[in-house]
Design a protein around this ligand. Structure first.
Ligand SMILES: [Mg+2]
Length: 488
């Protein structure tokens, strides 16, 4: 046997250790050489601007419910309780049955709630497992932004409330009303004005953001901001985030070569809309450095940038609008910001022993199961023998039958014990991740449909943008997936 050597240590000239601690790490799905990236683009909301989720949820729920009541929903919706801890990203709303679902990567519904009541296995089976589920159709709504969480909180609460008070609910109508009310609250300023009026309450300011942007610029990379927020909101938010963080940059605008606001992603990636210079109002096909635009489209922007698609890295938080569309319509490399990772990594760390125990229970279970099948096959052979009227040494065959039966009973009871312990352990781990849904990235022992999209479309992912500053701007991000199952 070879002796284990201690892991080689490396301390960079800036004093940061490598690799960074789990919470600051950037995780890699597809290899990416940062030295070959010539331009780095950032989305703003939930990417550079980390919103405090509970404050945002409270704010959006209030604004949405006020609009629902204006549409004729009962007044008591204004005073009832909403559970902001109910929704997570990656859920699917079933508008037909009024349920909220979580699927694994094979679109198998692993968990479902109606209001706050968990559906039984039988209910799930009859509703979703006998026919192929089509999440892309109008019946379903996929919740893949942190904005969307408050809509789920309202939907479940209103379904629950109206049905426990004897009312009947048009589930489809209700969801449409909630969506429209939430959209309206964003458009008419009900939400944005409150955020701007008290930025420190709603937005966490990351002191390392300026450091990251400066580090990338110093390595010769062009930077751009590409956001769906309007120019005024963007200006206020960016000034708050990095306006005065480093002396060399008197304004946030000095960090970015190009700024595109109100970009209407995802249609930005497919559309043909011109850029509109925010100061002069002039339409153009060519984005110039140092100007602020609204609108625009991907192909004109790509040409203005002057780099090949795979020399551009785009950092965003929204699977569909930022990451999936960028991957499908372009060859941009993608980085996804997933705020939920802080909690996920904490649970993995704090419960490391339970995860190990669960894995070893699973292995033992498989081994016992194999034993059981062997014993059952032997018993069958013995019973066939005993069925033969001409059989010799009948007594000895009878004795064998008794022995096999005994070991089958013993193995079965061992399996029951293993199952019970594992079930209890996995339930506790699920609750540690999230009281209703378990881990964002997993569904049972499978990868969740959200986790699957992250794997497919995000080249790299991390909990916040500034984690990129932990790495050299020449870093080679390497995916662990160049290993085959037998190598790990
Ligand atoms: Mg965003």
């Amino acid at each position: 046997m070879q002796e284990r050597l201690p892991a080689p240590e490396f301390e960079s000239p800036t004093g940061s250790v490598f690799p960074p601690p789990a919470g600051r790490r950037v995780y890699c799905n597809r290899n990416m050489r940062l030295d070959q990236v010539k331009a780095v683009g950032f989305d703003m909301d939930y990417t550079l601007a980390i919103y405090r989720q509970d404050e945002m949820d409270r704010q959006s729920i209030e604004a949405t419910v006020r609009k629902l009541v204006e549409r004729g929903y009962p007044e008591e919706l204004l005073t009832m309780k909403y559970r902001t801890d109910f929704p997570i990203r990656g859920l699917l709303i079933d508008r037909k049955r009024g349920n909220v679902l979580k699927m694994d990567r094979y679109r198998y519904v692993k968990r479902a709630y109606h209001g706050f009541r968990k559906l039984t296995r039988e209910e799930r089976r009859s509703a979703y497992h006998t026919r192929r589920l089509r999440p892309g159709t109008g019946r379903y709504h996929w919740v893949d932004t942190l904005y969307g969480l408050s809509e789920v909180a309202v939907y479940a609460a209103v379904v629950d409330h109206m049905e426990t008070h004897g009312g009947s609910v048009d589930y489809g109508r209700l969801f449409t009303d909630i969506r429209e009310s939430a959209d309206l609250s964003h458009q008419d300023g009900s939400i944005l004005d409150s955020v701007l009026a008290d930025l420190p309450r709603y937005v966490e300011r990351d002191p390392e953001l300026g450091v990251l942007l400066h580090k990338l610029r110093s390595a010769g990379k062009r930077l751009f901001l590409l956001t769906n927020s309007g120019p005024e909101y963007t200006d206020a938010m960016m000034s708050y985030l990095v306006g005065d963080s480093l002396g060399e940059y008197p304004s946030w605008r000095n960090y970015f070569d190009y700024v595109v606001t109100a970009s209407k992603k995802p249609s930005f990636f497919m559309g043909k809309a011109p850029f509109i210079d925010v100061e002069s109002g002039i339409e153009t096909r060519q984005a110039e450095r140092g100007r602020i635009y609204s609108g625009g489209n991907f192909s004109d922007f790509q040409r203005s940038l002057g780099y090949a698609g795979d020399e551009v890295l785009y950092v965003g938080d929204h699977i569909y609008g930022d990451v999936l569309r960028a991957k499908k319509e372009s060859t941009w490399r993608t980085a996804m910001i997933i705020q939920e990772m802080d909690d996920e990594l904490r649970v993995l760390r704090e419960h490391a022993l339970s995860f190990e125990r669960s894995a070893s229970l699973e292995q033992t279970h498989a081994a016992v199961q194999d034993q059981l099948r062997e014993q059952q096959a032997r018993l069958k052979r013995v019973e066939r023998k005993l069925g033969d009227p001409e059989i010799a040494e009948k007594a000895s065959w009878e004795a064998k039958r008794v022995l096999h039966r005994r070991s089958i009973d013993r193995l079965r009871s061992q399996l029951r014990e293993l199952d019970a312990e594992r079930l209890e352990l996995d339930d506790a781990l699920d609750r540690a991740f999230h009281p209703f849904w378990g881990s964002v990235f997993k569904a049972g022992s499978e990868v969740s449909s959200f986790g699957n999209q992250v794997e497919q479309y995000a080249c790299i992912y991390t909990s916040r943008a500034s984690n990129l500053a932990q790495y050299s701007p020449m870093h080679y991000f390497e995916s662990p997936r160049h290993r085959m199952p037998h190598e790990t």
